[in-house]
Ligand binder design. Structure first.
Ligand SMILES: Cc1cc2nc3c(=O)[nH]c(=O)nc-3n(C[C@H](O)[C@H](O)[C@H](O)COP(=O)(O)O)c2cc1C
Length: 212
């Protein structure tokens, strides 16, 4: 049975689009072949207790970081977490004795619909893996993350299909990992950008007006 750890790097924690994307991926996994664990960085931040999370991550076969795009980068709480994890992995002797280090994947979602905006954040993750001695595999860059979080109805589920297919392919990869890193995959829900931008602008304006 292989062990997979999902690390949610969103400051919104369980209430995030990243959480939705993790849940969708876990639902595709065959629980007879894989054991999935979910860690929320926002919870670790509150408790200040990182050690047991690092110990568990170091023992995993595969790690999937799921996080939002903040200014073309992972959010600050995740960058801080990665720095601490790197220090732990480079000093933990038991971990360095392992034959095969965990393989790393990422799911990054952005506010804008253009999924390629996520490419720099995925590069940051790949660099982190190289420094920390982990095996970077590939990442999914997902546009219109705020839409993905919306409750599923028939129309929305249909629009979400391109992303759901990419998550299902990631799940296949997690169950039958390839030996070499692959190209990142960029995908957005199936809707014209101008419709998404119109709806998003309307929602942001409403939210700003509510805060006055
Ligand atoms: C501080 C901050 C910075 C952001 N920067 C970007 C950005 O550079 N590009 C983008 O497309 N979206 C940006 N967003 C939007 C988030 O990526 C988007 O809302 C995402 O779906 C949130 O995912 P989550 O629910 O998993 O946290 C930003 C949001 C915040 C709060």
């Amino acid at each position: 049975m292989s062990k997979i750890c999902f690390v949610n790097g969103s400051p919104r924690g369980k209430n995030s689009g990243s959480s939705y994307l993790i849940e969708r991926t876990v639902a595709f996994l065959n629980d007879k072949k894989t054991e999935a664990v979910i860690i929320y960085i926002s919870d670790l931040l509150k408790s200040g207790e990182y050690q047991s999370a690092f110990e568990s991550i170091a023992m995993m076969d595969r790690i999937v970081f799921a996080f939002p795009l903040y200014q073309d980068s992972p959010p600050g709480i995740m960058l801080d977490f990665l720095g601490k994890l790197e220090a732990y992995l480079l000093t933990d002797n038991e971990n360095r004795k392992r034959d095969s280090l965990p393989q790393v994947y990422a799911i990054v979602n952005s506010g804008f619909i253009e999924s390629r905006n996520n490419r720099h954040a995925l590069k940051i993750l790949a660099h982190f893996c190289r420094r920390a001695g982990l095996n970077w595999q590939y990442g999914l860059g997902i546009g219109a993350g705020e839409f993905m979080k919306k409750q599923d109805n028939l129309l929305y589920l249909w629009m979400k299909q391109p992303v759901i297919k990419a998550l299902s392919a990631l799940c296949n990869e997690l169950e039958n990992p390839s030996r070499h890193p692959q190209d990142n995959v960029f995908v957005s829900p199936g809707m014209p950008a101008f419709i998404y931008n119109f709806a998003a602008n309307k929602e942001w304006r409403n939210r700003m007006e509510c805060k006055k």
